[in-house]
Design a protein around this ligand. Structure first.
Ligand code: ADP
Ligand code: TRP
Length: 320
């Protein structure tokens, strides 16, 4: 075991359209770590987490297929990375239940996602409240060492760490590895076209697979504030795709010329994203490939988690 590579695991819910915040904040880090070759990688489609909001079978299927294609398009090699669906691996919900029994309500009430939903006076389902327990199971089942995500997931990883420690403490065993988040500081929070965090729920995104025309249209809608020395919202997105040393000069030379700066940003984004978009388009009708990838992932993920669950069941005393 000790000379094997450490485990990387991450996941995304098959909900809306992927945007460049998802890409720069989470997916790119995953691809970079995968390409670095130091980790054994598991990438999950978090469909049971998505079920909290996506309650339409057709949408669930479509979004799942699109997410797998997106992962392939951004550069994950399905022969080397285990790409799987959460719902294909029963151990996730089984372990989440076990974690429910050692976690208190006041502890989970402190989770940001729960508090946000409560602040909006939303009628909460139990799945939203319990969300962090399923996520802890996702991560801990694989002896995960590193979890590449955006800043907004940091608390979930902390809850996962607490849960692992609590379980280990109660059952007096080093059953679970304590994972670390991997958050790239410069892209921890990618801003949207209105300057707030880019998020599908704010309608302020730049879609990852936007056409050149759509990219241009979205960039033109970036909110600019003329009081500062440069349009910060434009600059913040621009530095995702072009080095700051070049940008400082470009923005200096074009002070106040928002149209030129936005045109340049749209062209730079297009140049950066075009290869990913082309790969995505090439996969469009390859339903078979998606199925093959998920079938392989299911087999591998099940075999890993079955071994872990056998150990857990013994430790808690439900099997001899
Ligand atoms: P959204 O906020 O659009 O609903 P998700 O919650 O589905 O996005 O996030 C999927 C992944 O992308 C997570 O790892 C999350 O941290 C990351 N992510 C989402 N939005 C951003 C952003 N604006 N900046 C950095 N990372 C982000
Ligand atoms: N909660 C994550 C999100 O909203 C998705 C997710 C589910 C995840 N399980 C995970 C991320 C395990 C990393 C590891 O983006």
């Amino acid at each position: 075991m000790s000379n094997e590579k450490p485990i990387l695991l991450s996941g995304i819910k098959p909900t809306g359209k992927l945007h460049i915040g998802n890409y720069f904040g989470a997916m790119r880090g995953q691809v970079e770590l995968f390409e670095g070759g130091k980790y054994k990688c598991f990438i999950m489609v978090a469909d049971y987490h998505a079920l909290n909001t996506v309650q339409d079978a057709q949408k669930m299927r479509t979004k799942t297929r699109e997410l797998v294609m997106s992962y392939l398009a951004v550069g994950l090699d399905p022969k080397k990375v285990v790409i799987f669906k959460q719902s294909d691996v029963p151990a996730h919900t089984e372990l989440a239940w076990i974690f429910d029994t050692i976690t208190t309500m006041p502890y989970l009430r402190r989770a940001h996602a729960f508090k946000d939903a409560q602040a909006k006076n939303k009628e909460l389902n139990i799945g939203t409240f319990n969300y962090p327990m399923l996520m802890a199971a996702d991560i801990l089942l694989y002896d995960t060492k590193v979890v590449p995500v955006g800043q907004d997931q940091k608390q979930h990883i902390e809850i996962t760490r607490d849960t692992a420690k609590k379980f280990n403490h109660i059952f007096r065993d080093d059953v679970f590895v304590i994972p670390e988040p991997y958050i790239i500081p410069e892209v921890a929070v990618v801003p949207g076209i209105d300057g707030r965090k880019m998020s599908k729920s704010y309608n302020n995104t730049i879609p990852l697979f936007a056409t050149r025309e759509e990219l241009h249209e979205r960039v033109m809608s970036i909110v600019t504030d003329s009081s500062g020395k440069r349009p910060e919202n434009v600059y913040a997105i621009h530095k995702l795709v072009r080095g700051e040393s070049e940008l400082v000069q470009l923005y200096e030379e074009n002070k106040g010329k928002y149209k030129i700066l936005k045109d340049t940003l749209a062209a730079d984004l297009d140049a950066y994203l075009a290869p990913i978009r082309k790969r995505y388009e090439a996969l469009q009708n390859n339903q078979k490939l998606v199925e093959e990838v998920l079938a392989r992932g299911k087999k591998k993920a099940r075999s890993v988690t079955e071994v872990k669950m056998e150990q857990v069941r013994k430790i808690i005393g439900v099997t001899a």
